[in-house]
Design a protein around this ligand. Structure first.
Ligand SMILES: Nc1ncnc2c1ncn2[C@@H]1O[C@H](COP(=O)(O)OP(=O)(O)OP(=O)(O)O)[C@@H](O)[C@H]1O
Length: 211
């Protein structure tokens, strides 16, 4: 059985099929990328995997059915759409807040991630003063915090410079070595070619193995 399985997943809103007949298997310890044009359904697929939207069909992660009614259906590191940051907090405080949800997260991991993404240089700066790229890196750091078995990233290279993208790729591979599975929606072909072990294509609300 694959780490993530989607079987006959569909989602219709006001008679409009947003997802239909989605079938996909995502292997454990893979870095699986989702490509597709704007509005094709990539974010909806990510939200489906995480149990953040109600769909018909079957979704399992790590052999467990995903239940949208649970408060936190799938334990995962998540960056979806814009990073969810508290603007009046510093970078450290944002990560500490998230760490409160999980006793396994250490201060050391917070420090290491801030250092890695070059955010430790601004210890007193509130997030509202951050540049777009800095916010994005903090959002990425949030997703890596906790080293969860599943890490889901939506357009992680948005607003990142080339050097930061290279660092992100390196960290993704390192976490994969340690057992994490990645599902990543991206338009960034260079980035995809750096990291992907498996590529999926989303087109008009369904997933294909080929373009
Ligand atoms: N809650 C919703 N209600 C109605 N339509 C929605 C809802 N969420 C998404 N959609 C529609 O579903 C389609 C797929 O959206 P989705 O966000 O998954 O696209 P995407 O592939 O991630 O696009 P992008 O590359 O622009 O991020 C779009 O047409 C969008 O307008």
């Amino acid at each position: 059985m694959s780490f993530i399985e989607l079987k006959q997943v569909s989602k219709t809103v006001k008679k409009r099929p947003l997802l239909h007949d989605v079938n996909a298997n995502i292997e454990q310890k893979s870095i699986t990328t989702l490509e597709g044009i704007n509005g094709s359904g990539k974010t909806l697929v990510l939200k489906t995997i995480l149990g953040l939207i109600k769909v018909s069909g079957t979704v399992t992660v790590d052999n467990q059915p995903v239940r949208t009614e649970d408060p936190y259906p799938v334990k995962a590191g998540i960056l979806i759409e814009n990073p969810s940051l508290i603007e009046d907090f510093t970078a450290t405080k944002n990560l500490e807040l998230l760490a409160k949800l999980d006793p396994n997260i250490s201060n050391k991991q917070i420090e290491d991630l801030l250092d890695y993404f070059d955010l430790a240089r601004f210890p007193k700066q509130k997030v509202k003063k951050f540049s777009l790229g800095m916010k994005q890196k903090l959002g990425i750091a949030q997703a890596f915090l906790g080293s969860y078995p599943l890490i889901v990233l939506d357009e992680p290279t948005n607003a990142l410079d080339t050097e930061s993208i290279a660092k992100l790729s390196k960290l993704i591979k390192q976490y994969r070595e340690n057992g994490s599975t990645f599902v990543i929606a991206s338009h960034d072909r260079d980035f995809i070619s750096q990291v992907a072990t498996h590529q999926l294509y989303v087109k008009e609300g369904t997933i294909n193995d080929e373009k």
